[in-house]
Write a protein that binds this ligand. Structure first.
Ligand SMILES: [Zn+2]
Length: 122
């Protein structure tokens, strides 16, 4: 992939990342508030999942959603690293090129369509 193309995806990845991060902190805040743990100035502080231990189902549910977003953030970080080392756009499974159509839809995907389908059908 051309460097200039990679930079376009880099911008996209940054945009998705900041949006996800915004959502994550908002949702964590809501989960905390529901559990009556607000108070003090927790504003802007990173929240550690372990500190939120609770048997409250609704909170568990919200936090499991957060985990999925964390996974996406991890994929985004990995994609940004691949842009750094120039391997972005290449499938990490089979080394084949990931079609641009797929990258436009999911810029942080590490695998091509064929490998993604193979993983889903496992
Ligand atoms: Zn592949």
């Amino acid at each position: 992939m051309k460097k200039v193309d990679m930079l376009g995806y880099k911008d996209k990845l940054h945009a998705i990342r900041s949006r996800l991060r915004g959502d994550v902190s908002t949702m964590a805040e809501v989960a905390l508030r529901k559990n009556g743990m607000e108070g003090g100035d927790s504003g802007g502080m990173p929240i550690h999942m372990a500190e939120l231990g609770s048997d409250n189902f609704e909170q568990e549910f919200t936090l499991s959603l957060l985990e999925t977003e964390e996974d996406t953030l991890t994929l985004i970080e990995a994609a940004l690293e691949r842009i750094q080392d120039g391997s972005f756009g290449q499938c990490i499974q089979c080394d084949g090129a990931i079609p641009k159509m797929r990258l436009n839809a999911i810029p942080y995907t590490p695998v091509c369509i064929r490998c993604a389908e193979a993983m889903e059908n496992r």
